[in-house]
Design a binder for this molecule. Structure first.
Ligand code: GTP
Ligand code: MG
Length: 213
């Protein structure tokens, strides 16, 4: 489960343009700023293979990173922000979306998640430093309904909200309860922190096990 080599392959704005070599891949999905790009850098132990930012909205395209010349990690734009209306936000208010946005949503989401045959699992990133968010649970529901395999990856497990609010452990427990209520099959979940190094080996091992099924 070691990462020896990483190559940025390409950025695509639709599934049709993604690499067609049939290699297995994992897609990073989650709210803007949850830490998708940071998690990629963390896994490959490089600072800026994937571009990150303190401001949400950094990643705008489907970015393919080839690991050890044999499998891909895919960085995606985040959902949950007004200026991402044309993307995953429309999972939730699809019917009300303007026609143009609906078409974009459909080419991005349907095109990628529903038709990407080489997708081994979505890594659904969830911020452990905040209480459960409806948008994340809705996203998980949408993936579940469409039979898209997912792994919950809790990010920012190092973050303690000073005094106020709940701690990551409690937020994760609350998520677990909500997930248990909603799914017959409980998706696997892993805790991570790019600050303390938590979860790196576990996540790499998990991905290698899924690839070898
Ligand atoms: P978009 O590309 O906008 O969708 O965001 P993203 O999900 O790719 O987030 P990104 O990786 O750019 O990280 C956003 C911010 O979260 C950055 O300031 C990171 O340093 C911070 N961050 C990411 N992972 C962690 C973590 O494990 N712990 C802490 N404390 N901060 C983190
Ligand atoms: Mg990003």
């Amino acid at each position: 489960a070691k990462v020896k080599e990483v190559d940025f392959v390409k950025s695509s704005n639709r599934a049709k343009d993604c690499p067609k070599d049939g290699r297995p891949e994992f897609a990073m999905l989650g709210r803007s700023n949850v830490g998708k790009s940071s998690l990629i850098n963390f896994l490959v132990r490089k600072k800026d293979v994937a571009l990150t930012s303190k401001k949400p909205g950094k990643t705008q395209l489907i970015n393919h990173f080839l690991i050890n010349k044999s499998w891909y990690i895919v960085d995606l734009p985040g959902y949950g922000l007004a200026f991402f209306l044309i993307q995953l936000t429309y999972i939730y208010s699809f019917a009300n979306a303007p026609e143009s946005a609906r078409m974009d949503w459909s080419s991005f989401t349907k095109g990628y998640f529903l038709n990407r045959e080489t997708l081994v699992s979505v890594l659904l990133l969830v911020d452990a430093s905040v209480p459960p968010q409806k948008i994340d649970l809705d996203c998980a529901n949408w993936l579940g309904r469409n039979n898209i395999p997912m792994t919950f990856v809790f990010t920012k497990c190092d973050k303690m909200k000073g005094g106020k609010g709940k701690r990551p452990y409690e937020n994760i427990r609350d998520y677990q309860e909500l997930i248990r209520e909603n799914y017959r099959h409980h998706p696997p979940w892993i805790m991570t922190s790019t600050v303390t190094g938590l979860g790196r080996d576990e996540l790499l091992l998990h991905m290698s096990q899924l690839r070898n099924y």
